[in-house]
Design a protein around this ligand. Structure first.
Ligand SMILES: NC(=O)c1ccc[n+]([C@@H]2O[C@H](COP(=O)([O-])OP(=O)(O)OC[C@H]3O[C@@H](n4cnc5c(N)ncnc54)[C@H](OP(=O)(O)O)[C@@H]3O)[C@@H](O)[C@H]2O)c1
Length: 279
């Protein structure tokens, strides 16, 4: 039986902040209803972690869904991200205030630099440190940072990122090994985005065979794979039934043979931005 339990179970980030292992992603969830409905459905299904970003255009709806759920603010972990246009010291602080206002929250649990913008990212990190020191965020981190971006940052800060959020699934994890090793060595938690390959591989025969053997869906197997790899996982859906099903991954274990078969599916798949060659 499963060694990991419940959709709200947490791990501790650097600095001791607990973060739930499964978060609802809301990229491409529309503002004006769809996002708030998804957030409420997720909270009803036991999620306690929502992942948004300024560029998704739905921060206000995330706030609405949260308030409408009736669940205490303190029980839900909310992440948002700084968009590329807003990088730089002063503009990061301003963008953070605007995100905070849209979300309707006093404190953001995790604020991420969305992308390693050249020339600006070190000034941006100074602003992130300032937000952490003033208690406006509980943790700070980065996204789409590959090994050289992390190396550069780690050499210049006493506040390493708590999190690196990158695209991860069995179809691309091996090509990310260098950055994964660096995160493990530096106690940087890894968040897996696009864990369902944006839907592209959900009918892949070897994946489907494993799912069938466990009586689970292929989406559930991909989410379970990410958890067993030690990643925090961020599946997106706007449909309440799928949202609930995607968190129903605590009643089975993938065997070491299943994990090896999934690990072997790597083909360097990138479904969104590819930060591999970002300067
Ligand atoms: N930091 C970054 O640069 C970055 C980039 C991309 C994503 N992210 C984060 O990671 C989250 C997830 O990534 P993602 O949105 O790219 O893709 P994903 O979670 O891999 O896949 C989402 C797609 O799968 C479908 N889906 C969800 N559950 C399903 C199920 N049980 N069966 C069949 N189809 C299912 C969804 O459709 P329906 O909604 O119709 O169910 C949607 O089309 C994002 O929402 C965002 O929070 C971050």
């Amino acid at each position: 039986m499963s060694t990991l339990t419940r959709s709200d179970s947490t791990v501790e980030l650097r600095g001791g902040v607990p973060i739930p292992l499964i978060g609802l992603g809301v990229f491409r969830a529309r503002a004006g209803g769809e996002t708030a409905v998804a957030v409420r459905a997720a909270l009803r299904a036991g999620y306690r972690h929502i992942d948004t970003a300024r560029i998704y255009g739905n921060e206000a709806d995330v706030g609405k869904g949260l308030r409408a759920s009736g669940i205490d603010r303190e029980q839900v972990f909310v992440t948002t991200k700084l968009w590329n246009d807003d990088q730089g010291f002063r503009s990061t602080l301003d963008a953070f205030e605007a995100s905070r206002r849209r979300l309707g929250l006093d404190v953001i649990d995790l604020y991420l630099v969305h992308w390693p913008v050249p020339d600006k990212r070190l000034d941006t990190w100074r602003a992130m440190e300032h937000l952490l020191e003033t208690g406006k965020v509980r943790a700070i981190g980065v996204s789409n940072y590959m090994a050289r971006h992390l190396d550069e940052l780690l050499a210049r800060t006493e506040n390493p990122p708590a999190v690196n959020q990158i695209e991860l699934s069995p179809y691309n994890w091996a090509s990310r090994r260098e950055v994964l090793d660096l995160c493990a060595a530096g106690h940087i938690a890894v968040e897996a985005y696009s864990p369902l390959t944006k839907g592209r591989k959900l009918a892949d025969p070897p994946l489907a065979a494993i799912a069938k053997r466990h009586g689970k869906t292929t989406a559930q197997v991909l989410i379970r794979w990410a958890l067993q790899k030690g990643f925090i996982v961020l599946p997106k859906s706007s449909r309440p039934q799928r949202i609930a099903a995607n968190a129903d991954v605590f009643d089975f274990d993938l065997t070491s043979k299943d994990m090896a078969a999934l690990d072997a599916l790597d083909q360097g798949l990138v479904t969104g931005w590819d930060p591999t060659n970002a300067p």
